[in-house]
Design a protein around this ligand. Structure first.
Ligand code: FMN
Length: 192
């Protein structure tokens, strides 16, 4: 049974990103996966993101020394087989709320000056669900690379489910049967 975590980065509780993600989550569960959801927009943090203090690199532990909710949630990631980020594209990138979470993932890695690198995420699957008002080209594809490039570096596989040109009202994207089918198929692909 696959253990999957979805990390939600959309600030809109009834928006389109959460709507398509909910379908992917349900589908993965129907296919037998154990799914956990983390709402990155609700996590408390002492500092917004990584301080660059490098204390996680000097310690043998793989944990962020800032003992807040963001750090504690990030520390749970190694138990999952699949880590899915879900976000609207904001300014050609993740939402800021999700970026705070992502930067702390540094603490799950040990980087050395020799270029050697150890990661608790090695061998997992990293995945992305993203919606955007504009196209894939020169827009959502840039966001996709921001999770695919780390996946490549960490020795992880990668897959994505992108919803470009979203112009419908909040939450109505899933009324389109083709969109709903795409989200459900993606959830299934993560579970098997
Ligand atoms: C602050 C902000 C920045 C945005 N930047 C982009 C962008 O760079 N590219 C794009 O295609 N859409 C952009 N959008 C549109 C959202 O990505 C799009 O409406 C998305 O589907 C919203 O998801 P939600 O319904 O979950 O909030 C932006 C929206 C906001 C509010």
């Amino acid at each position: 049974m696959k253990k999957i975590v979805f990390v939600q980065g959309s600030p809109r509780k009834h928006g389109n990103t959460r709507a398509v993600t909910a379908l992917a989550v349900e589908s993965a569960r129907r296919c037998g996966a154990e799914v956990t959801e983390i709402d990155a927009t609700e996590l408390e943090f002492k500092v917004p993101g990584c301080l660059g203090c490098q204390k996680c690199q000097k310690s043998e532990e793989f944990a962020c020394v800032i003992g807040d909710s963001v750090g504690k949630a990030v520390a749970t990631l190694p138990v999952y087989d699949v880590i899915v980020l879900s976000t609207p594209i904001y300014w050609w990138s993740y939402s800021a709320q999700l970026k705070i979470f992502i930067d702390r993932i540094y603490s799950l890695n040990k980087f050395s000056e020799s270029g050697k690198h150890r990661s608790l995420l090695a061998g997992k699957k990293l995945a992305l669900v993203a919606t955007g008002g504009g196209p894939v080209e020169n827009n959502l594809e840039l966001l996709e690379h921001q999770w695919k490039n780390p996946a490549d570096m960490l020795g992880c596989s990668f897959s994505s489910c992108l919803f470009p040109n979203v112009t419908v009202e909040a939450g109505r994207l899933v009324d389109d049967p083709a969109v709903a089918a795409k989200a459900e198929e993606f959830g299934k692909s993560l579970a098997v």
